[in-house]
Design a protein around this ligand. Structure first.
Ligand code: SAH
Ligand code: SF4
Ligand code: F3S
Length: 440
């Protein structure tokens, strides 16, 4: 009997960039002969890809890795590793605090995992946390089969240093991947079955090909040339860098989805200034207005932080009001959380958990009302849906997303999965739209 393949289990926290990185890790390990383990109990290697953006995310890592101690005691050959943003932030400290941890790899050390694994096999525990000046260069072999939706990182890192944010500290300075590499990776994914690609970067507007200088709208245009690609979308855009050229690309390129994630963070000028965001409420709303003029029906997404140090009731009410003025289709909202290395963590005027929780609940309630009105106003429209498959709830219902990224459920035959359907919207709900299939 031949040796059985080694197996790896990866847990991923945090944003889509971490999801993408975990996919890369899985690819890298597949090349070393690792297969996927469904559960940690079945794995020879357990990796946790971590997020540090809020304190709670960081705590989850300690409890999860802590709980693996027993498994390690039973099977000393098991290798446990922590990667991602907490790994980058804490480095060697993680190894010091968690004796049953074997290896730590920061956000820039992902490609060097094979080296760490070999050392761990020899009983040598190590943390690698140097941030490289350039993103990883080796494009991985495209998977044989990809899902309908795939992610491609185009740039990594951030130079903005918003006063509350740990990301520039754990992802390093902005660096873009060569366009040729991005296009090759996207082409491989579409050949493997992907139809919708999401381009990732902490601030995609700053994308610039390191050689020929192609900018982000230029990259979008090139990618739209991929014959098997149906849809292209991207996240995240920083409002201060959202250019007219990008709005035009959004309007003019058919395959580019009509949605934009444009985090405001606050509706109060005083708070925006303390956050170091580089725009005022007026400037933000002007961009939104310009966008709506150019791209009718565009779905806008936002992020709001409640309870930033010193945020008064009036400041908060301005954020509530911003929801209405911006008209968000989707909103991510967070309670302010102190992060290491950040300027905001040293500010006075911190608010209690209770006040932050109350403000968050008020924000949610207001947004739910607004999005319900907005979704109801869409009744009667005919949209193009990329069908994902049967809906989780509701027998005979299919689910998919319209060109603006809104979830649409409608009765239809399962064979439509993976293709485009014409659907008339009949009802708007808070989280989705209900529709009826039209003849193609
Ligand atoms: N580059 C992206 C954001 C990455 S972090 C951008 O600028 O849009 C994702 C979101 O987490 C941010 O938009 C912000 O709303 C939230 N966030 C970041 N740091 C935070 C903190 N210290 N406390 C609470 N929320 C935070
Ligand atoms: Fe963080 Fe600001 Fe950079 Fe976004 S733009 S990653 S919020 S520092
Ligand atoms: Fe979290 Fe790192 Fe993403 S801190 S949000 S996983 S870039």
């Amino acid at each position: 009997m031949g040796a059985t393949a080694k197996r790896v289990h990866i847990t991923t926290f945090g944003c889509q960039m971490n999801e993408y990185d975990s996919g890369r890790l899985a690819g890298l390990l597949a090349e070393l002969g690792y297969e996927r383990a469904e559960a940690p109990q079945e794995a020879d290697l357990i990796l946790v890809n971590t997020c540090s953006v809020r304190q709670r995310a960081e705590h989850k890592v300690y409890s999860l890795v802590g709980a693996l101690k027993e498994l390690k005691q039973r099977r000393p050959g098991l290798i446990i590793g922590v990667g991602g943003c907490v790994a980058q932030q804490e480095g060697q400290k993680l190894l010091d605090q968690i004796p049953h941890l074997d290896l730590v790899f920061g956000t820039g050390a992902l490609e060097r995992l094979p080296e760490l694994l070999e050392e761990a096999g020899r009983g040598h525990r190590r943390a690698l946390v140097d941030l490289p000046a350039a993103p990883a260069r080796q494009p991985l072999r495209a998977p044989a089969r990809a899902g309908l939706k795939a992610l491609v990182t185009v740039m990594e890192g951030c130079d903005n240093f918003c006063s509350y944010c740990v990301v520039p500290h754990v992802r390093g300075r902005e660096r873009s991947r060569p366009a040729a590499e991005v296009i090759a990776e996207a082409a491989g994914l579409t050949q493997a079955g992907a139809r919708e690609i999401t381009l990732l970067g902490q601030n995609v507007n700053s994308y610039r090909d390191p050689g020929e200088g192609l900018d982000f709208p230029g990259l979008l245009k090139r990618l739209c040339g991929l014959p098997q690609l149906t849809r292209l979308t991207f996240t995240t855009s920083h409002p201060k860098d959202l250019s007219f050229r990008l709005m035009e690309a959004l309007a003019g390129l058919d395959k580019v989805m009509k949605k934009l994630h444009l985090p405001a963070q606050s509706g109060s000028d005083r708070v925006l200034k303390a956050m170091g965001r580089g725009y005022t409420r007026r400037q933000y709303l002007d961009k939104v207005e310009g966008l709506r003029r150019l791209v009718p029906g565009v779905a806008l997404g936002g992020d709001i932080i409640v309870g930033f140090p010193g945020e008064s009731e009036e400041d908060f009410e301005q954020s509530l009001e911003l929801l209405e003025l911006a008209g968000y289709d989707f909103l991510y909202s967070f309670k302010y959380s102190d992060r290491p290395f950040t300027r905001a963590s040293r500010l006075s005027g911190k608010l209690s958990e209770e006040v932050k929780a109350q403000r968050l609940a008020r924000l949610h309630a207001r947004q739910n009302q607004l999005v319900l009105e907005l979704h109801r106003s869409l009744a009667g429209q005919v949209v193009q849906v990329l069908v994902e498959g049967p809906a989780k709830k509701g027998a005979g219902l299919l689910t998919g997303r319209c060109q603006a990224g809104r979830a649409v459920n409608f009765p239809g035959p399962p064979e439509l999965a993976g293709g485009l359907a014409r659907v008339r919207i009949e009802e708007g709900l808070v989280n989705s739209l209900r529709g009826r299939l039209l003849p193609a």
